[in-house]
Design a protein around this ligand. Structure first.
Ligand code: UDP
Ligand code: UDP
Length: 463
């Protein structure tokens, strides 16, 4: 009879809830499948949401180990230009990676592999090599956007074709991508974020695979192009293992107000509105959204965010919104400022649509619950993700809406699109089909379940 020892996997996310959440979900899944799991997080975190989720996760999952990477202090001068705090954190994590080898080599039992965020792979790969540890990336975006980042070094080296005047870009094996869907900072290779992406893209081939929070059915043709035709050679195998599922019953007392509100709403009557954990809307845009919500007959649940980092979010919702709006909509709408349990809300029968910025966790959470989406990308990977989401049949995307701080979408347009989202029965049917396929993929023996089990099996050392 052959025996084996379980694999011991280190998971190392980068900054922000959008990055932490999929790592914690994967950690819980691996622990359930009998791997020994250690989560390594940077200390201090940027947001309160991150530190609170790490503590609560460890409390609910006592078998999972935790190591902290103490970040070097940031020596930014008082007069240096402002940098997005999440980008700065990503930079600090990379600067502090020299502290990782002692954490990895002192572990008992020894690690069998390390799963890292794309944004640190270049710095972690040589360390993993020295320790003879296989390295996998856990991606926090769509396959389409990952292909774009993988191809970015090639694009950036050809400014004659990759510039503001280009209409589209061509990544071998994929349909052309509109230039207007790319984050504008990708044209500036000296930008901290762009240069970090380029450095990490050049190290992609060091990874044994890229674990994707997606499922085969959702992005079938892109996965075939990248995995079977191997059109972008620097990419290791793309391994769809999602949608990653929530890790524990998240019931917290803070949510009692909205839970009881939701209980009193008719089935599929509420539009849930959220732009993730770090995207604040301008005041002018907020007021246009108010106008749209006031005009529509649909009910709404709006998670209002007014600053990039939650620690800075001090005033309550009334401070930002018009009194008249709050008064007129009090019987059909709820505005919450602060953290809500999004995946639980999306699973509530009252929710009939999701107005979202389309960062990838939100897309996969909507897919797993079959909630039709209205995409309103704000920055980064969100336009590329919106297109993927639309093509998979999960929702609508109004391409003419501006993103970032550039323009304002008028209340009437928002209202029109909300009506379309909530009344399109064909879309509702397609979203339910997406849910069915998503559940199949993560169910026992489903396409995603098989992929992650194979990866873990390959890490087990027989003795
Ligand atoms: N999230 C949540 N409650 C909030 C804000 C965010 O549960 O109030 C969760 C959301 O469900 C998702 C993650 O935080 O799992 C945000 O990731 P996403 O990729 O959607 O957007 P980002 O915050 O990175 O822009
Ligand atoms: N990103 C990427 N591949 C990954 C993870 C992240 O290319 O596997 C990039 C992508 O540009 C994403 C960005 O990292 O937009 C930063 O993610 P974050 O949540 O920090 O920022 P956001 O997209 O919300 O601006």
């Amino acid at each position: 009879m052959s025996t084996s020892q379980p694999s011991h996997i280190a998971l190392f996310p980068s900054a922000g809830m959008g990055h932490l959440m999929p790592f914690l979900r994967l950690a819980a899944m691996l622990a359930k499948q009998d791997s020994i799991v250690t989560v390594i997080t940077a200390q201090p975190t940027v947001s309160l949401a991150e530190s609170e989720h790490i503590s609560s996760f460890l409390r609910h999952n006592p078998k999972i180990n935790h190591l902290e990477l103490q970040l070097a202090p940031s020596f930014r001068q008082a007069d240096s230009p402002p940098v997005d705090p999440f980008f700065l954190q990503m930079h600090l994590i990379n600067q502090s990676i020299n502290l990782l080898p002692p954490l990895l080599s002192s572990s008992s039992p020894p690690f069998s592999a390390i799963f890292v965020d794309f944004l640190v792979v270049a710095k972690v790969a040589p360390i993993a090599k020295t320790l003879d540890l296989p390295i996998y990336i856990l991606s926090t975006t769509s396959v389409a956007f990952d292909s774009l980042t993988a191809y970015l070094p090639m694009l950036a080296s050809n400014p004659a074709e990759f510039n503001k005047t280009s209409a589209e870009i061509k990544i071998p094996g994929l349909p052309p991508m509109a230039m207007s869907s790319l984050p504008p900072i990708f044209l500036d290779s000296s930008h901290l974020f762009t240069s970090t992406i380029i450095t990490n893209s050049q190290a992609l081939s060091e990874a044994k695979g890229i674990l994707m929070n997606t499922f085969e059915w959702f992005q079938a043709s892109t996965l075939v192009a990248l995995n079977k035709d191997r059109v972008t050679k620097s990419l290791p195998p793309i391994l769809p293992i999602g949608p990653l599922e929530p890790y524990h019953d998240p019931h917290d007392d803070n949510g009692d107000q909205y839970r009881s509100w939701l209980e009193n709403q008719p089935v599929e009557s509420v539009v849930y509105i959220s732009f993730g954990n770090r995207t604040a809307m301008s005041r002018d845009q907020m007021h246009e959204l108010e106008k749209g919500l006031e005009k529509t007959e649909w009910r709404f649940f709006w998670v209002l965010k007014t600053s990039t980092v939650d620690k800075d979010d001090k005033e309550d919702a009334e401070h930002f919104l018009n009194e008249a709006f709050l008064e007129k909509t009090k019987n059909k709408g709820l505005v919450i400022k602060g953290w809500v349990e999004q995946q639980e809300i999306l699973g509530h029968p009252a929710i009939g649509g999701f107005l979202s910025h389309c960062r990838w966790n939100s897309v996969m959470e909507a897919a797993l619950r079959g909630v039709p989406m209205l995409a309103w990308p704000q920055h980064g990977d969100q336009r590329v993700n919106a297109q993927v989401m639309e093509e998979a049949g999960l929702g609508l995307w109004e391409r003419n809406w501006d993103w970032g701080p550039n323009g304002i979408v008028k209340g009437e347009e928002i209202e029109k699109k909300i009506v379309e989202l909530m009344t399109d029965e064909k879309l509702r049917g397609r979203a339910k089909k997406v849910r069915e396929e998503a559940r199949k993929a993560v169910g026992r023996g489903g396409s995603s379940d098989k992929v992650i089990r194979e990866v873990v099996k390959s890490l087990i050392i027989p003795f």
